[in-house]
Design a protein around this ligand. Structure first.
Ligand code: G3P
Length: 217
């Protein structure tokens, strides 16, 4: 399973990259705003900075909601850097845009996916990635992992190449369960990646090894 970090914070992106396990980055307008990145030119520059900090795919989201606008914006984003993946919302014109970009050979990430039907449409339209938001489903008492499982089943039934990108991952158990189900990618905060490191028995064991070494030297 690929690990993407879901943030526009460059320090956190660099920290995850330095760990050596990062495969890409996802952003959205809310994450950009959280970092104080506003204004068209600053946002585009920030995407380039992110691409230069990591090796994998970097999702950059369009703001337009009509087909023409999504195509114009998406083409401009894709031209920024070869690592850019155009992030398109799951709406009617979004589906058309996914098909357009697939025909152009431009990578896409279909975002704001909350149902299997939406995921099926995204795959039919040729999306590179589909992003089911599991944390936000959990927030409304619906098991987000069930959605990942159902999409996996349907994509495998028909050999769809669209990669399941489990998004809105909030914690380590989301990461582990996505890996069990067979999500292709997960995107979450730095804490969901670095949290996988922690186990008290590792800390206790290491302290004992070091103490015993000191005794003998
Ligand atoms: O990748 C989607 C993500 O940015 C949404 O996460 O935690 O705001 O639901 P969250």
């Amino acid at each position: 399973m690929k690990f993407f970090i879901d943030t526009a914070n460059l320090d956190q992106i660099k920290e995850a990259e330095a760990l050596g396990v990062l495969d890409g980055v996802t952003t959205n307008p809310s994450l950009m705003a959280k970092e104080g990145i506003t204004g068209h030119d600053n946002i585009l520059k920030h995407y380039i900075d992110i691409c230069e900090a990591v090796e994998g795919d970097v999702s950059a989201e369009v703001i337009s909601t009509d087909l023409e606008g999504m195509i114009r914006e998406g083409e401009a984003l894709a031209a920024l850097h070869p690592q850019i993946v155009v992030k398109i919302p799951m709406i009617e014109d979004g589906v058309k845009a996914l098909k357009y970009f697939a025909d152009q050979g431009i990578k896409t990430n279909c975002t704001l996916v909350f149902s299997v039907g939406q995921a099926l449409l995204a795959a039919k339209a040729g999306a590179t990635y589909v992003s089911p938001f599991i944390g936000r489903l959990d927030d409304v008492s619906t098991d987000g992992l069930d959605l990942i499982e159902d999409i996996r089943l349907i994509y495998d039934n028909y050999g769809f190449e669209t990669q399941i990108l489990a998004a809105s991952v909030r914690h380590t158990m989301h990461v582990i369960n996505c890996a069990k189900i067979g999500a292709d990618v997960m995107t979450g905060p730095l804490s969901s990646i670095k949290g996988l490191l922690n186990h008290p028995l590792t800390d206790i064991g290491l302290a004992k090894f070091l103490a015993d070494f000191k005794k003998g030297n």
